[in-house]
Design a protein around this ligand. Structure first.
Ligand SMILES: NC(=O)c1ccc[n+]([C@@H]2O[C@H](COP(=O)([O-])OP(=O)(O)OC[C@H]3O[C@@H](n4cnc5c(N)ncnc54)[C@H](O)[C@@H]3O)[C@@H](O)[C@H]2O)c1
Ligand SMILES: CC(C)C[C@H](N)C(=O)O
Length: 364
């Protein structure tokens, strides 16, 4: 991988390598674009098979956050961090403190949060070294964990998609195949079950499957079988790139809508499913509830205000569907257009020199 040519191709601003021998920290922070404000995005801890895989993940996820934050109407840019390691066995307080010091060294250009493999407790440890962290436990009413709010936004987004595809947003009687029943998807299943949807679930963790079967009367299938099931909606809620050449011919759903980041292996896969008549709900729009929630901490957390903003995911998706229909383009391209227009309009209005720019964090 030629790093500088990759950064240039997708216009990344900064890539930071963080190493601390004592704690075993090996992390990468990627900052994609700070036109709209400081880059906000979570920290993922994962057992990457290679350093290249970790760098690529950080870069792809950071770009996704630029689009997510822009589409959600937040005054924030996009960034993401990955820590190389097994979240079950490689965590220690010093590792997160060391990581926190690297976040602090960026002076607010990057603000971190929870992602796969990290928790509110980890954010608290990071917070001992830096203020540039959200999702910590001191905020009343949130518990710091954005997953339930993300789940609510995904639920609203699935309803918007049902309305677009079927002319009615009720999910009663719809069969929904949920891939990965972790933090977000378990709460999502609660909403879907309450509304009368039939659930098919899978996970690589048998305990998570058992819980969903027990609580929601879900039907369990093996991880690879989820692509073959008869369903109305496929909800990818585990890792990315599950919509690819191998899986598309197998997916029978009319709608693809879930919480996972970077669901499409490449943008071209969005075109292929569009041509097949599958309604793809752009991941970074439907799963923006969590970042909307933690971003509210930057203004002094107000749960009602945060939830009101999360409700707007329904309307944002309607806008995406409208652009897609109007211009006859895939929904992923329509969402990109919406986000890029917002970034460009701010970029163009920021052409005056200011001695000291106003900073979103100045209110903290
Ligand atoms: N937590 C949030 O607020 C939030 C916000 C936006 C996006 N997301 C994205 O949503 C997805 C889920 O996040 P989460 O916080 O629920 O994570 P999580 O780790 O709690 O849940 C993921 C689940 O997927 C399972 N899984 C992993 N690989 C699998 C596979 N191949 N097949 C089936 N199951 C598999 C895991 O065992 C786990 O139960 C991630 O892609 C994350 O980036 C999360
Ligand atoms: C809470 C967010 C800042 C991070 C979250 N994992 C996301 O991808 O949106």
């Amino acid at each position: 991988m030629e790093i500088f040519s990759y950064l240039e191709e997708y216009d990344y601003e900064q890539l930071v390598f963080c190493q601390d021998k004592n704690s075993g920290l090996k992390a990468v922070i990627a900052i994609h674009d700070t036109t709209l404000g400081p880059a906000l995005g979570g920290t993922r801890m994962w057992t990457y098979h290679s350093e290249k895989e970790a760098i690529e993940d950080a870069l792809r996820l950071a770009k996704g956050m630029t689009y997510k934050n822009a589409a959600a109407g937040l005054n924030l840019g996009g960034g993401k961090a990955v820590i190389i390691g097994d979240p079950k066995t490689d965590k220690n307080p010093e590792l997160f403190r060391a990581f926190g010091r690297y976040v602090q060294s960026l002076s607010g250009r990057y603000i971190t949060a929870v992602d796969v493999g990290t928790t509110e407790e980890d954010m608290d440890l990071i917070h001992t070294e830096t203020d540039y962290v959200t999702g910590i436990s001191r905020y009343d009413g949130t518990e710091g964990n954005p997953s339930p709010v993300t789940a609510y936004g995904v639920y609203k987004g699935i309803k918007a998609a049902a309305n677009e595809a079927y002319g009615d947003d009720s999910l009663n009687g719809k069969t929904i195949a949920v891939q990965g029943v972790g933090n977000v998807a378990y709460t999502l299943c609660e909403f879907l079950h309450k509304e009368g949807a039939n659930l098919i679930v899978t996970d690589i963790n048998q305990e998570a499957i058992d819980q969903a079967v027990e609580a929601f009367g879900a039907t369990a299938v093996d991880p690879d079988a989820i692509y073959d099931v008869d369903c109305d909606i496929y909800a990818p809620c585990a890792m990315g790139a599950t919509i690819n050449d191998e899986t598309i011919p197998r997916i029978k759903a009319r709608i693809i809508a879930g919480s996972a980041n970077n669901q499409l292996k490449t943008s071209e896969h969005g075109e292929i499913i569009h041509e097949k008549g599958i309604l793809y709900v752009p991941d970074y729009v439907i799963n923006s509830g969590g970042v909307i929630n933690v971003a509210d901490e930057l203004n002094g957390y107000n749960p009602e205000r945060a939830m009101k903003k999360v409700e707007t995911i329904y309307d944002s998706l309607n806008k995406v569907f409208e652009i897609s229909r109007r211009d006859n383009i895939p929904t992923n391209i329509a969402a990109d257009r919406m986000a890029e227009e917002r970034i460009e309009s701010v970029r163009n209005s920021r052409n005056q020199f200011l001695i000291k720019e106003h900073h979103i964090l100045s209110r903290r």
